[in-house]
Design a protein around this ligand. Structure first.
Ligand code: GLC
Length: 429
């Protein structure tokens, strides 16, 4: 397909998955509004309808909880084709039925991008209305996902990381006792090949964590204290650090000096804390199980997000460039979600190896900002080749380029439009 045809196809997918102001990730497999999916989707809409882009984020924040949390799924209407639905979560924290935890906070960064690219003249006004909500969400992250002020952000569920079955969670997840879940029927494996989805043993534990949090009424303080899973995630930590920098830029632009001062404090603490995720043996930032005091030993695609977070001192940059080149020798398409030289790597199982377009977009941004335009462009070109080969799939094999998981996927289409498409690159040049 010619690039312009792919541009049209990507727009058609977004329009098709639009439910009237918010967008589902894909039909069948994911019939609700997901947090970070929607935020990336806004970048795609911004290429042809900026008003619609803002609306996507505004509708996501309609589901914000009273304590500041923005949930990972908003169940605007019940859909029996998805499990676990609102009945399993049993939450009561906000105005719209939802799941009980969050997802990576990319929203402030995308709001900042929308302001920078504005053609409507209304962006600052809309950003101003969102700013207190973004502040509340970021404060919630600091209070309840970093209660000991370590300067790193933990996730209370693998789903909160957005990287569901990442090998980094394996050990901490095995320690979760399977209980209070009863019999249940998964729906995901009826939509896609089970070989591409998490195992049943993982699923039992995913649901056991939900049950444990439901037991304490999703009270954020109690969840932070008692949740059986509490792992500092380099992915959420780096995305949050970056989001704080973008939030600061917005607060400064809007002349909100008290907020700007508060955010500067967060950035300083996170810059310091996130360095504790460095594993000197593997020479990258890794996850840290706060309950057991144990670091993981694998490099994931999120390790490369250190650059996106603005940590591009020579040691970090040099180590990541070396890993990048080593991995590029091992697979055809970058960046696999897990290190292909690690024992846990599986090229087609979701977050244990496949390439995800929106992660590539963030990694490339980081390399470009660190002054490495060559590796940034390699990521863009690989992402474009993957979409040309595998279509607008949920994710891709780093070895064959085959598209996997769900098809006609919203964030893959959005990332094509905002970054990967050669027609976008030509426009920007
Ligand atoms: C899967 C992904 C998650 C995504 C969701 C909807 O759960 O792991 O990151 O948000 O699907 O696309």
């Amino acid at each position: 397909m010619a690039h312009s045809d792919l541009d049209q196809a990507a727009k058609a997918i977004l329009t098709e998955n639009d439910q009237g102001g918010y967008t589902i990730p894909t039909k069948g497999l994911y019939p609700y509004q997901w947090n970070w999916d929607s935020v990336f989707v806004a970048l795609g809409f911004a290429e042809f309808d900026q008003d619609r882009a803002w609306q996507e984020i505004e509708m996501l924040f309609q589901g914000q909880w009273r304590d500041g949390m923005v949930p990972h799924i908003l169940f605007r209407k019940d859909d029996p084709s998805y499990f676990p639905g609102p009945g399993v979560w049993g939450t009561d924290g906000g105005p719209i039925p939802s799941s009980g935890h969050s997802q990576p906070p990319v929203a402030a960064s995308v709001v900042h991008s929308l302001v920078e690219a504005d053609r409507t003249g209304k962006a600052l006004e809309r950003a101003k209305a969102l700013l207190p909500k973004l502040m509340a969400w970021h404060r919630w992250y600091l209070a309840y996902r970093d209660p000991k002020n370590l300067g790193v952000i933990a996730v209370i569920h693998p789903w909160e990381s957005g990287r569901d079955n990442l090998p980094d969670w394996d050990e901490a997840l095995r320690a979760v006792e399977v209980k209070d879940i009863g019999p249940y029927e998964r729906k995901d494996t009826s939509h896609v090949d089970p070989a591409m989805r998490p195992h049943k043993e993982d699923y039992d534990r995913y649901l056991s964590i939900v049950a444990a949090c439901r037991k304490v009424g999703w009270d954020p303080e109690k969840v932070a204290e008692t949740c059986p899973f509490f792992v500092a995630d380099p992915g959420v930590t780096f995305i949050f650090l970056r989001a704080n920098r973008d939030l600061l830029a917005l607060a400064e632009k809007l002349g909100m000096s008290a907020e700007a001062d508060e955010i500067r404090g967060w950035i300083a603490a996170m810059e310091k804390g996130s360095r504790t995720l460095w594993n000197d043996e593997v020479k990258a930032h890794v996850a840290f199980d706060e309950r057991r005091g144990k670091q993981t030993d694998g490099i994931s695609s999120a390790s490369f997000l250190a650059l996106y977070a603005g940590l591009h001192d020579p040691q970090t940059l040099g180590a990541l460039q070396a890993h990048f080149d080593r991995i590029a020798e091992r697979v055809e398409y970058l960046m696999p979600s897990y290190d292909p030289d690690h024992r846990s790597y599986e090229p087609l199982r979701y977050w244990r190896g496949p390439v995800w377009a929106m992660i590539n977009y963030m990694i490339a941004k980081g390399f470009a900002e660190a002054g490495d335009a060559v590796r940034a462009e390699r990521l863009r070109a690989d992402t474009a080749r993957l979409i040309e080969t595998g279509g607008f799939a949920e994710y891709f094999s780093p070895e064959t380029g085959a598209g996997a998981g769900g098809g006609s996927f919203s964030w893959t289409s959005a990332i094509w439009l905002t970054w990967a498409s050669p027609s976008h690159a030509e426009q920007a040049a």
